[in-house]
Design a protein around this ligand. Structure first.
Ligand SMILES: [Zn+2]
Length: 387
């Protein structure tokens, strides 16, 4: 049982170091004495941890504020200009990568457009190409703390696999393992809608909300649910599959790539619009603004289906906020969302009427959010501490 003891004390050491690091991150400049006070750790433990972090160049000592000749404790800050993160937005039609420092400055952004992924290994070629180019731009390789991913597909962020993404041609794909092998860096994966929920809940539109739902209408449909500030993952990490909500019936129920039929995504997404409506988003946008009957029929059908699906979810989960985003809504949301909002308020019971409906002005740059994922993990205290 000696092994267990060793790893426990190692774990404790890591947790204490993370506690100190996180405090310097959230409250710095902060002096050693205050770190001891706030963590409850001894002065000696704080000294050891601080010395280690200083030698690793993760934190810096700054100049104390002068105080009439009295010696003041030296404040510590995060050495954020010397730390970097790469964020990758893995979309069906492109791979975008951003290199950022920990002060949120963008050092370099690269986008590779993809005509079509031909096989399981094909996305990796684009990913490697983008990461390799960004790596050349990192001012100090020691300072690179990891690579974060925002992925249009179902992701098991815990195992580091992509469970399913038809557009990427992946089924239970071990993405993290493949990247760790090549780069030897920490790799963090998250589904695009989940990542958006994390970012908006930390310091965006949903910062004041404990319960919210995010709906992303894009190439496909993504959604995320935040319950008591925690993401709802579901038993198989596939919660929030709004795209396969059964929304259309009878003649409108078209076969879906998931094997079922009548799914919301068969019309209410960029890919569904093209496959089953015969319009690109651009064409559809023009057609509905000139009232073309064929386009208007689809518009009305999609609008009513989205409103009904989301009204049912609001009735079931009683969120404080719901948020709309995605390129589909960026393009036609000015016409469609006011109608959806009206329908939702008509359909939900009185008890849920105070739900706030928010629309993001523009779909955020997800490669930057993915770099933020690295920063968030870097300063996070391991969850194991709480069990
Ligand atoms: Zn489906």
């Amino acid at each position: 049982m000696k092994l267990g003891k060793v790893s426990n004390s190692q774990m404790l050491k890591e947790i204490n170091q993370q506690k100190v690091l996180r405090l310097i991150y959230t409250e710095g400049p902060i002096a050693r004495v205050d770190l001891a006070g706030k963590t409850g750790l001894t002065q000696q433990t704080i000294t050891n941890i601080v010395n280690r972090l200083l030698s690793e160049n993760v934190i810096l000592e700054t100049t104390p504020v002068a105080n009439g000749g009295r010696r003041r404790p030296i404040p510590l800050i995060i050495n954020s200009t010397n730390m970097y993160a790469i964020g990758i937005e893995l979309a069906i039609k492109y791979v975008r990568g951003t290199l950022m420092d920990f002060q949120n400055n963008t050092l370099k952004e690269i986008t590779e457009y993809v005509p079509r992924y031909e096989n399981e290994e094909h996305p990796m070629e684009y990913i490697f190409k983008v990461i390799d180019q960004l790596l050349e731009q990192v001012p100090d390789k020691e300072g690179l703390k990891g690579i974060g991913f925002s992925i249009q597909g179902l992701v098991n962020s815990n195992k580091g696999t992509v469970i399913y993404s038809p557009g990427l041609r992946w089924n239970d794909f071990p993405l993290r393992e493949k990247l760790e092998e090549r780069y030897g860096l920490p790799i963090y994966l998250e589904n695009d809608a989940n990542l958006l929920a994390i970012v908006e809940s930390l310091n965006g539109e949903l910062a004041s909300s404990e319960q919210s739902m995010i709906f992303k209408f894009d190439y496909g449909i993504g959604s995320a649910m935040v319950i008591h500030k925690q993401l709802l993952h579901g038993a198989n990490y596939v919660a929030g599959e709004l795209g396969h909500y059964k929304a259309f019936t009878d003649d409108d129920a078209i076969a879906c790539h998931c094997g079922s039929k009548g799914c919301l995504t068969t019309f209410a997404s960029i890919s569904g619009l093209k496959r089953n409506g015969g319009f690109t988003l651009e064409e559809f946008n023009k057609a509905i603004r000139t009232n073309e009957p064929e386009a208007m029929e689809i518009f009305n059908k999609v609008q009513a289906a989205i409103a009904k699906a989301i009204a049912n979810l609001i009735t079931l989960f009683n969120p404080e906020y719901i948020l709309f985003t995605g390129r589909f809504m960026d393009k036609i949301g000015d016409l469609m969302l006011p109608l959806i909002k009206n329908d939702i308020l008509d359909l939900i019971p009185d008890s849920c009427q105070n739900v706030k409906i928010v629309v993001l002005a523009e779909t955020p740059n997800e490669s930057k959010s993915a770099a933020g994922l690295v920063m968030n993990y870097f300063f996070n205290i391991p969850f194991s501490e709480f069990y």
